[in-house]
Design a protein around this ligand. Structure first.
Ligand code: BDR
Ligand code: CA
Length: 320
């Protein structure tokens, strides 16, 4: 069992990451979902996280609200892809499960300080919550097994030619996290743009015939339009799913130790990640690495497999 806290900003691809994490209760011990503004404003984001937990039949998962702003940069959102509410294409009822009392940053601190076994932080959003937690209580690093983050890029960006969205929204938070030399794994756009939907894949998803598959297909169909028109990729890149896939099926990814930094200077390159795997640049004691390769088709297959478990959950529940 991998103890995990999932920090996210759902967002359709974050929603898939949540559903994948909840699809494997024997492998992932999901302690909580912490949320942060990113794809949409914070109210939408924590509401969406709870909608997705309820869709998965897991109203028991604690959901916390975190930071509603980046450390220094102005607010941004990705409504061009995810809609104003962050979950365009979904048709889900307002959640009835409560938002937890207390702030996500304090939850992180409390849990990391008291962790019996170090916790994996699966992070699919700007890194503000973790950066603030590290500023408040630096000693939380002892409770972190590793941070696995979707963000950055070894090539071009998406929100700008230079920057990927999550690093663009809060590059200063990324800089703080990197400065602590915590075990940190980056999955950038150079990887996630190989993990995309196709018409055939969408058909197979719809054919699962569950409420989960119907909602996810609705979301990904809307988001695909943005990825196709903005980046000329064939379908929707399910970026955040890669974080959970890398935990559940590590053989899908290859990694290299890397020197990673981020441009925090206002200008056309703000949020750009600079990543080198050259031995000349990578310090011997570095704990940061970058995903260098992915089995894209294999990951898409695995996403389908995870979402497919909801069919058997439903069958079990209904006694088929
Ligand atoms: C990242 O930005 C967000 O819009 C997605 O949810 C993903 O985390 C991709 O750049
Ligand atoms: Ca995200």
């Amino acid at each position: 069992m991998i103890p995990v806290i999932l920090d996210c900003d759902p967002g359709g691809d974050d929603a898939v990451a949540i559903l994948m994490a909840l699809s494997a209760p024997k492998k992932i011990d999901l302690k909580a979902i912490t949320t942060i503004s990113g794809n949409a404003s914070l109210e939408w984001i924590h509401t969406n996280a709870r909608k997705i937990c309820e869709l998965a039949g897991r109203a028991d998962v604690p959901v916390y609200a975190g930071c509603s702003n980046a450390l220094l940069r102005p607010a941004a959102n990705a409504s061009f892809c995810h809609g104003n509410d962050g979950l365009a294409g979904a048709d889900l009822p307002a959640p009835t499960m409560p938002l937890q009392k207390g702030h996500a940053v304090d939850f992180l601190i409390e849990n990391l300080l008291n962790a019996k076994d170090p916790i994996t932080l699966a992070m699919t959003a700007p890194l503000t919550n973790l950066a603030v937690a590290l500023m408040k209580r630096p000693e939380i690093v002892k409770g972190i097994k590793e941070v696995v983050w979707m963000g950055g890029s070894m090539g071009t960006g998406n929100i700008t030619p230079a920057a990927e969205f999550n690093s663009f929204v809060d590059p200063h938070a990324l800089q703080i996290v990197l400065s602590r030399n915590i075990p940190f794994k980056l999955i950038g756009l150079h990887i996630t743009h190989q993990v995309t939907t196709s018409d055939a894949w969408m058909e197979r998803l719809r054919a699962q015939g569950t409420e989960v598959s119907k909602q996810v297909a609705g979301i990904l169909a809307v988001e695909a339009v943005s990825d196709q028109t903005r980046y000329a990729i064939p379908g929707r890149a399910i970026h955040d799913a890669c974080v959970i896939a890398s935990l559940l099926k590590p053989e899908l990814f290859t990694w290299k130790k890397a020197a990673i930094s981020v441009d925090t200077m206002e200008g056309p390159h703000v949020g750009a990640t600079i990543i080198s795997t050259y031995p000349a640049h990578v310090k011997e004691d570095t704990h940061t690495s970058c995903a260098m390769g992915v089995d894209g088709d294999g990951t898409m297959e695995f996403i389908l497999e995870c979402l497919g478990t909801y069919a058997s959950h439903q069958k079990e529940a209904s006694g088929f």
